[in-house]
Design a protein around this ligand. Structure first.
Ligand code: HEC
Length: 111
């Protein structure tokens, strides 16, 4: 057992984050299980919210029918991975390589 702990510490670099890895895995699984019946994960993972806001968001989804057996695990995961201190992600376009039209007000049909 001691040896296993030592190896785990070694693998994980002994950082404080190491202890969170199983919890984060559990949170990710909870997200996949509870949050994908109605929409994609992209809608969730592109948010940057405070823990309080994530809590409200989870409650809102539960109110709409999401089944979340362990809300705390999910809340910790979302707050850690998609917290409001993380940089905002690049918007993902459905069609990545299409040149976006410029927004100058031109008539659609030239006279
Ligand atoms: C019962 C269906 C359902 C489930 C399950 C569900 N959602 Fe949603 N969710 C919705 C709908 C519908 C919207 C779009 C609401 C809108 O357009 O404003 C949404 C939108 C969102 C948004 C975008 C912001 C917002 O509030 O509109 C986030 C973030 C979100 N859901 C998170 C989650 C998380 C986290 C879970 C897992 C706990 C989850 N959802 C599970 C129905 C669901």
């Amino acid at each position: 057992m001691r040896r296993a702990r030592f190896l785990l510490a070694l693998i994980c670099g002994g950082s404080a984050v190491a202890a969170d890895i199983p919890a984060m895995d559990a949170g990710k699984k909870a997200e996949q299980r509870s949050c994908t019946p109605c929409h994609s994960l992209r809608l969730i993972d592109s948010q940057r919210l405070s823990p309080a806001a994530w809590k409200k968001e989870i409650n809102k989804m539960v109110g709409w029918g999401a089944v979340v057996p362990d809300q705390q695990v999910l809340l910790d995961y979302l707050s850690q991975e998609y917290g409001d201190t993380k940089p905002v992600p690049e918007p993902q376009r459905s069609v990545p390589d299409v040149k976006q039209p410029d927004r100058v007000d031109k008539p659609a049909v030239s006279k």
